[in-house]
Design a protein. Structure first.
Length: 79
C-alpha cells in the first residue's frame, strides 16, 4: 500500500470510537524499511494546515485493521 492510499483513510480509535483524523505522514525505520508509526494531525485533514501543529504519533503496533475506508487503531489516551 502506498502513502497516498493511506492518506485517504480515516483513523479511528477502537477504544473509544473517536475519529482521530487522516494519515499525514509515516515514520519509517531506515535500515529495514518497516513502518514504525503513523502521524495524524490533531484536528483532522483541513485544520491540520491551520491548527497548532499538534499531532498523534501512533505506533504501528497499535494498528488493528486496515480496511477500504478506515484504519482502526487501539490507543489508550490518558485523561
Amino acid at each position: 500500500m502506498r502513502l497516498c492510499e493511506m492518506e485517504e483513510k480515516e483513523v479511528i480509535n477502537a477504544c473509544d470510537c473517536r475519529r482521530l483524523g487522516f494519515v499525514a505522514d509515516l515514520v519509517i525505520e531506515e535500515c529495514s524499511g518497516k513502518i514504525e508509526a503513523l502521524i495524524v494531525p490533531k484536528g483532522g485533514k483541513i485544520s491540520g494546515f491551520f491548527g497548532d501543529g499538534a499531532e498523534y504519533v501512533i505506533p504501528y503496533a497499535c494498528v488493528r485493521k486496515i480496511g477500504p475506508d478506515i484504519i482502526l487503531v487501539e490507543i489508550h489516551e490518558k485523561k
